[in-house]
Design a protein. Sequence first.
Length: 342
Amino acid sequence: MSQREAWAIASLQDAGASAPPMQMLRFDGSRWQPYDLTSDLRDALGGGTLSSTTLYAGAGSAWLFARVSHGPGTYPTAIAARFDGTRWLAVTPPGRGDLTGVAVLGSSDVWALGPPRQRTAWHWDGRGWTATRLPLEAQAITTETAGGDLRVAGNVPDPEADLADEPDPDHPTWRPLRLAAARWDGRQWREERMPDVETADARFPGCRTQVHTLLARGADDVWAMGIEYGPYTGTEYAPPGDRPCALHWDGKRWNKSHALPAMVLDARRVRGENGKVSRIARPPYVPGTTGKVTEADRKQAFRLTGIVPVPGTGEAWGVGAAELGASGDANFSRAVIVRYRP
């Protein structure tokens, strides 16, 4: 992804189809246009249809990981593809399970995290995938190194504590997570201990925090972030509120931090370099069922399901939907792609 090229995948709603067909879109620097992905991957699809598609980009290279559905009574198969500048080329996918995260560092330097419990990271060197063993159950990977090292973050389970949960798996006993990161030194992954999530840090009794995002801004400026959440207690659920958890690598060690890096937070908020959170103006309303923006259409909700920064800039792309509900015949839902420019 760059200022002149970006990719998106949309799911087209078709009442007569057993599974929603996928439509790829390509941004050429001025506008979005449909792209015939099926034509590029016809042999790899084998007559099947794409599902659960995820796109990753970085360092001028774009990758696709997806499942291929082959019809009722069959199991979906994994597929991977990379864009060579002209067309999408099928690539043997890494492993057999779903991927937790992908870092595209170059056309011949791609990392993919397998399911956390497998503790495996796969590396693409331009010819094939090589499996490397992780010392932790990774939940996130740095998508850019920014002059530093490649890292993953997650947690190291405590087998004795895990056994304590077995008598009542629906109401597990709270315990601190042992958070950890690991750095790739060129030959193996070396574990870095992170501060534990203590009871005093939890907003709700029994909170646990996983690291879901890793952001590298320099060799001595790496951020690991998650959201603290409350436990299920019978029929009640403690809402998450708005409390991000942040850990910071300063070049020597990981520390807890009350500060957070500059970034687009959601569809309505952005945090600047000074830490101040500002409001983002909403995009124009989209036309409703009449093809025009009526008074009822101005009640539409705008929600993003994904936000991706544009490398080298303060900009970001967002994908989601504009929806109108509870308005009778005026109800609609439209897929949207938006661009934030500071």
